[in-house]
Design a protein around this ligand. Structure first.
Ligand code: GN1
Ligand code: MG
Length: 370
């Protein structure tokens, strides 16, 4: 994007210092991010983000959620003696003209927001068993901290992790076959649909009044954590999808990316397997914080949650492939199909470990009680 246009946008935010330039940053599949440097020494750097308002259609609701969540995390951190809130949470920058407004709309109808860039931090696409434990503690804590958020949060994407809804979208994509790709994928579609009923267990339990919704992050992939140089988690980032949901979202989506022996779009399926040692460490850390507030039905269904997310992601990638790649950014024409196959392979590998996962969870709970 032209620098002039970006500079005009940056200029609307009340940053400390003079912007020196903006360079594309990160590899999110939805929003576009730019790192903004400042001319003066000692001034902070910033992150400018274009909000994808085709996906997040109610930008006002989205930004209200995000500001509420980031303020709540900050207050909690300070209340418990934290002294460096800007490294342990997200700090959004208000507009110069309105200190209560945290986004702007440019003359081309695009929405933008700005936040502090957390220096000396790194994101990862992989974790080790050692830091998976810390990540489990972080997400357990994240849910615990957000449990007493004083105002209700809206759904930034309605039905975001609703498996029944995602399957309906797949069915519609199959019926339309907009990109003429059904014939090459029909076997895969059928294989995926075989497990559809099992995978909608969460929605059934919710309807029966047995499963609650809590405030969850809903995009807990490894990339959405910042680590310091010593491999400690600094904070959870990317609050776009923080909303009421089943805790299955946070557990399942994290393990989907972290406990995969390869990457989300690995073309060689032999390389895609479920990494049990990551599962063990993460669940141990997570349950240490969360077992006190979770219901037995939530804990018992952790193995279901772990299967659900690679499955749901396979459904979502396949839907997008059939629709002609209208949602996720792609790097090559078959990208969404390759992603679908990789996620479905991961799902099958997770499923093969169900009995083991059940036994491990029981063991964890017993050791917490001792
Ligand atoms: C999207 O924007 P990003 O890359 O963090 C998607 C997630 C998917 C993920 C797959 C709003 O997240 O739900 O799990 O891609 N976010 C949205 O990599 O759809
Ligand atoms: Mg994200």
């Amino acid at each position: 994007m032209e620098l002039d246009r970006l500079n005009n946008i940056i200029d609307q935010f009340a940053i400390d210092g003079t912007a020196a330039g903006a360079t594309p940053f990160g590899k999110g599949l939805i929003n576009d991010s730019y790192k903004v440097t400042t001319l003066e020494k000692g001034k902070p750097e910033y992150m400018l983000q274009r909000i994808n308002h085709l996906i997040f259609q109610d930008v006002d609701l989205l930004m209200n959620n995000i500001i509420t969540v980031s303020n709540h995390i900050r207050q909690h951190y300070i209340q418990y003696g934290g002294t460096d809130p800007e490294r342990h949470g997200l700090t959004f920058i208000p507009l110069k003209t309105d200190s209560n407004k945290y986004y702007t709309r440019d003359d081309q109808g695009q929405y933008w927001r700005m936040m502090l860039f957390i220096a000396d931090s790194v994101t990862k696409s992989e974790v080790t068993p050692e830091n998976a434990y810390k990540v489990g503690v972080s997400f357990g804590t994240f849910e615990k901290v957000l449990a007493d958020i004083p105002v209700p949060l809206g759904e930034t994407i309605p039905n975001f992790h609703n498996m029944e809804f995602r399957l309906k979208q797949l069915q519609e994509a199959v019926e339309k076959d907009a990109a003429n790709r059904l014939s090459e994928t029909s076997d895969l579609v059928n294989d995926i649909l075989k497990d559809a009923v099992d995978m909608c267990k969460g929605e059934r339990l919710y309807r029966e009044g047995l499963l609650p919704k809590r405030i969850c992050h809903c995009d807990t992939k490894v990339d959405n954590l910042l680590f310091d140089k010593n491999d400690n988690v600094l904070c959870v980032i990317d609050f776009d999808t923080v909303m009421p949901n089943f805790v299955f979202s946070d557990i399942g989506d994290f393990l989907r990316s972290a406990a995969n022996t390869s990457c989300e779009d690995e073309p060689d399926l032999d390389k895609v397997n479920f990494n049990l040692s990551i599962f063990h460490s993460f669940i141990q850390g997570y349950l240490e914080k969360a077992s006190a507030f979770l219901l037995p039905i939530e804990i018992e269904n952790i193995p279901y949650a772990t299967q659900l997310f690679p499955y749901m992601q396979a459904v979502r990638f396949l839907t997008d492939y059939l629709n002609g790649d209208t949602y996720y950014k792609i790097s090559y024409p078959e990208h969404n199909l390759v992603r679908t196959r990789a996620q479905f392979k991961l799902y099958q590998s997770v499923k093969a470990h169900s009995v083991h996962m059940d036994a491990f969870i029981k063991e964890c709970l017993t050791s917490h009680k001792e």
